[in-house]
Design a protein around this ligand. Sequence first.
Ligand code: SF4
Length: 369
Amino acid sequence: MTWQEELRHSIHTAEALCAALGLSETEIPVYRSIVEHYPMMIPPYYLSLIDPRDPADPIARICVPSPEELEPSGVFDTSGEGDNTKQEGVQHKYAQTALILSTNVCAMYCRHCFRKRMVGLSDAELNKQVTAAADYVRAHPEINNVLVSGGDALMNSNYIIRRYLEELCAIDALDLVRFGSRVPVVLPQRIYEDKELLDLFTAFARKKALYLVTQFNHPRELTEEAARAVRAMQKCGVQVRNQTVLLRGVNDDPQTLGLLLRRLTKVGAAPYYVFQCRPVTGVKGRFQVPLQEGVKIVDAAKNLQNGIGKGIRFAMSHPRGKIEILGSLSETEYLFKFHQAKNPADAARIFTAAIPPEATWLDGELRAI
Ligand code: SF4
């Protein structure tokens, strides 16, 4: 299938899901009620990665809705995105970085998404005009890099991607432009089949350092097709980096996470963050791994890596900044460091917090919750 056919044949209804997975029709109302809240989209390519014989299949866990998503605890905006929005679709949390929400569309709606409040749903938080976002960046010379995100930045049309590249690559103050996308993971054909897209990136990578930031979460996602998409971007002169989310039932054991990090390093998509899953409504109860356990898993996975793979940081995207979880000092006392800080007074600050076994996050006062 071409990538356009993949999209056309994606599973997005409860009926189609039950038919595709051989589930009983009695389950249709259950899936329908979840999909009404949080949309589903599974391209046939990604669906084919599921092992239907495994009831706990990690790939299915990433893409198939679960009734646990309707559990109401948690919050929708866990890192203060509303407070950091300076104009429609433009967030400015750290002085040097601007974040543009370019679309609410993704090729596949990950069940663990931290922007579950908007992906496939509302366009209220999106940037609607490329020029308006670029004007904001131009008006703030302290910004030296921009992340074009979403949704999935590569689900924009080639015309819109070109407009972002034209505007942002012409801004001298920018050292680099990043595109956030899970397309290499869930719809890699969209990259390696689309010569127009590749030509665009090739042309603009000569003018500005371009990065594709992607999110592989399980070694089985790194197929030959996915590796081909990564290599195609690299051939354009675009550097590929990976951020993984630590997810219960997906990669929460050292062997799986370690293998993923090794394969990423091998394909040249250097992993640089393993993120603690955020306490998002509809995500929290299903996917979060307690911090104590997370530290053990990440440290053990790190031990399996070469120097490049060891470069990862275990971190949380918190309203106060990006906080690295450095490790334990005793059974319950843990050491943290601000890797990025919203408030300059927090910059590079090291602190400790008491972390009970069940804690998964820090509150606004940096106490375990
Ligand atoms: S691709 Fe990214 S934005 Fe889209 S659903 Fe997955 S995690 Fe969320």
